[in-house]
Each structure stands twice: as structure tokens, then as C-alpha cells.
Design a protein around this ligand. Structure first.
Ligand code: PLP
Length: 393
């Protein structure tokens, strides 16, 4: 069965070109990038090349790019790296758990934390941040694009407010990578961003590689103690194949962003969204009125358990996610959707469709053919739906 993969926010496949770029660094050029001999130097040159590719994408200096094991580590490094007991951290209630749980952990160690609310559309309002700042606010960490809804936060305004208040600004840009242009230079939208997280496996590179951009003047304490890798910001032998792959994925992604790919992807997502809303009653798009990344739509199907729909679609060859994939297995309604004011029932009735540049028009057609039937079938088993229908007849 041809599978239709609409879960790109959970992870993306490795592009063949990316795999080919990293492959020799497992089999032939396996030197340690810290070794002095030629094999080591070959690995070092490849790491440097990848670092330069990332720096070109972010419009920063190569030395400001720290390679890590992924988004979770980068988020933790940014947060644990600058905060000490007595400091104040401001973050939002819709962050990924990599940020939220790091914040909770610091709270138990004497760091004051404020979790900002979001609007019904899932937006962190700059005025809320302004009101939350205190003299001891050391760091503000707000994600760029949300993994569940795709909502893009007003990062330029938020980072500007943090800086004006004397705080550093970190953004988890894992879901913005490869979808939005990222420019931290003095002329860029992200000019006030001091630290920025990206993850390889959301941009067609492998799992287990990511970066933290750290602006030159930021003093960061490392989380790991060991060798002096990554300019003493992240000890541990470099994952050379992963780094090479990350650099290659960044080069491919940057080219893709310059073309008409994002517009086409958004059109495909919009066609899917409109098609679902037209074919299925008692549905709606979460954060549909907000500015969102091109690939994501979060749709609720009232009177349906998302988990049941997810399994029904899976059996038909369609991979989607209910809320955040990182929470799969947990039956708690999504913290993102409940923070936006959705009822637990509606949050549990929500499915996230996350397309990628590999999604075809034919796949969208197939989903539009299969999904309404699956929802209709599940609703025949739903007492609340049947009761609602009986009263409207
Ligand atoms: C917004 C966001 N931040 C952080 C992460 C964690 O990244 P990683 O899986 O590379 O640790 C994810 C993964 O889903 C994410 O969506």
C-alpha cells in the first residue's frame, strides 16, 4: 500500500541527497574531527563546511553555530546555559516540552518562571510579555512556530521587548526551520534573537543532530563537561555524518525557500483544509485565522476521538497525528490546545495534518476521499453525535 505521510512536524524522511552526502563519513572519512592526521582534518573540513552553510542561512558567523544532538538539547542548553537561581525566565504556555519541562526543572532550583498565556488563536501577545518583565528577567524563550497549530509568533516584537527590558531572547525555531527564512543579522527580522534552536530531523536530515545559534556576546555555561569541542559550549566528539547531513539539508532547504515551493505547499495545505471543512460537518481549524507555517493544519472533528480517527486513517495508509507526536501514548489533551481555550473534548477530537514538500496533489485527493468516510463511520458510533443529529431532525 502506498502510504501517505502527513506527519512532517513529527519528523521528515531523510532526503536521498542528504543521505549520500553523509554516507562517506561513516564508511571512508570516519576520522575524529579533533585528530591531527589527514583523516581527522578531512572530517574537520566537512564540519566547517556544514557550519558555514548554517551560518549563511542564519546570516550569522560560523563561530556562533553550536552543533548539538537535536532540538531538545539545544533548548535545554539555551535555558540551563544562561539561568541561575534568583533569575527570572519568561516563556509561554504553548512551548514544546523541551522548553516547558526545562523551565519546570529550573523552577525547582530557585529560578522564577512566568508562563505567558496565549490568545484563542494561539498567539503570545507582546503586551503580555511587556507586563511580565522584571528587573531580574534574564531570559525570554518563545517558540517561532508552534508544532501543533503551525502558528507563527510575532518574534520580532517579542524579542525587541525582551531586549529593551535587558533580557536575552531565545526562540525554539524547530518548526520554522526550512519553512520560514531565518535572519538574525542586524537587518533581519530576528535581529534581537540571541539564541535559536533547530533540529535536523524536521528538515530532512537525520534524527540526533541539531544546532543552537548563540550570539557572540552571550555567555553560555555548557551542560556537558568534557573536551573543548564547539568552543567549549558543547563537549563531546562531533557527530560528523549528522553535521554533514545537517549542512546539506540546510543548503537544499534554503534553495527551496527561495523558489515557489512554499506557495505551492501552502496551496496544497489550504486545499486539504477547505476540502475537509466542506465535506465534514462539525469541524473547524484551530488557529485558522492566524499566520501559520505553510505545511500545518490542526482540525477538530467534534464527536470523534482523535486517537480512533488516527488509527482508522492509519489502517487506510494515512499517517497523521493527534496533537503533538512527542506526547503520543499520553491521553492528556494537548497543552497547546487547552492553553488556547479549547475544551478537553475538542482538544481530544483534534488531528494535526503536517504536509511537506514531498506531499503530492494526488495524496491530498486521496485524503479528501478517505477521511470523510472514516469520520462518518466513527460518528455512527458516537452517542453525542447521534443525539445531536436526532434533535436537529
Ligand atoms: C517545537 C519543537 N521543539 C523541540 C523539539 C524537539 O526536537 P528533537 O526531536 O530534535 O529533540 C520538537 C520536536 O518535535 C519540536 O517540535
Amino acid at each position: 500500500m502506498h502510504r501517505i505521510y502527513l506527519d512532517a512536524n513529527a519528523t521528515t524522511p531523510l532526503l536521498p541527497e542528504v543521505f549520500e552526502a553523509m554516507r562517506p563519513f561513516y564508511l571512508e572519512h570516519y576520522g575524529n574531527a579533533s585528530s591531527i592526521h589527514q583523516q581527522g582534518q578531512h572530517a574537520r573540513a566537512a564540519v566547517d563546511h556544514a557550519r558555514e552553510a548554517v551560518a549563511r542561512m542564519l546570516h550569522c558567523r560560523p563561530a556562533e553555530v553550536v552543533f548539538t544532538s537535536g532540538g531538545t538539547e539545544s533548548d535545554n542548553l539555551a535555558i540551563f546555559g544562561v539561568l541561575s537561581p534568583g533569575d527570572h525566565l519568561v516563556t509561554s504556555s504553548i512551548e514544546h516540552h523541551a522548553v516547558l519541562h526545562a523551565a519546570h526543572s529550573l523552577e525547582s532550583r530557585g529560578v522564577e518562571v512566568t508562563f505567558l498565556p496565549v490568545t484563542a488563536e494561539g498567539i503570545v501577545e507582546p503586551a503580555e510579555l511587556l507586563a511580565a518583565l522584571k528587573p531580574n528577567t534574564k531570559l525570554v524563550s518563545i517558540m517561532y512556530a508552534n508544532n501543533e497549530t503551525g502558528v507563527i509568533q510575532p518574534i520580532d516584537a517579542l524579542a525587541g521587548i525582551a531586549h529593551a527590558g535587558g533580557a536575552l531572547f531565545h526562540t525554539d525555531a524547530v518548526q520554522a526551520g526550512g519553512k520560514l527564512s531565518l535572519d538574525v543579522s542586524a537587518h533581519g527580522l530576528l535581529k534581537d534573537v540571541d539564541m535559536l534552536t533547530l533540529s535536523g530531523h524536521k528538515i530532512f536530515a537525520p534524527k540526533g543532530i541539531g544546532i543552537l545559534y548563540v550570539r557572540r556576546n552571550v555567555r553560555l555555561s555548557p551542560m556537558f563537561h568534557g573536551g573543548s569541542h564547539e568552543r567549549q559550549r558543547r563537549a563531546g566528539t562531533e557527530n560528523v555524518p549528522g553535521i554533514v547531513a545537517f549542512g546539506k539539508a540546510v543548503e537544499i532547504g534554503t534553495e527551496w525557500l527561495k523558489g515557489d515551493g512554499p506557495t505551492k505547499l501552502a496551496a496544497r495545505r489550504d486545499r486539504l483544509e477547505k476540502g475537509i471543512l466542506a465535506a465534514v460537518d462539525e469541524t473547524g481549524v484551530n488557529s485558522g485565522a492566524s499566520s501559520r507555517v505553510a505545511n500545518t493544519t490542526s482540525i477538530y472533528f467534534d464527536h470523534v476521538e482523535a486517537e480512533a480517527l488516527l488509527i482508522a486513517l492509519d489502517l487506510k495508509g494515512i499517517s497523521v497525528s493527534g496533537g503533538s507526536a512527542c506526547q503520543s501514548g499520553a491521553s492528556e489533551p494537548s497543552h497547546v490546545l487547552t492553553a488556547m481555550g479549547l475544551s478537553p473534548a475538542r482538544a481530544r477530537a483534534t488531528i494535526r495534518f503536517s504536509l511537506s514538500k514531498l506531499t503530492t496533489e494526488a495524496e491530498v485527493d486521496d485524503v479528501l476521499r478517505i477521511l470523510p468516510e472514516a469520520v462518518a463511520h466513527l460518528r455512527t458510533l458516537s452517542p453525542t453525535y447521534q443525539a445531536a443529529k436526532a434533535t436537529t431532525v
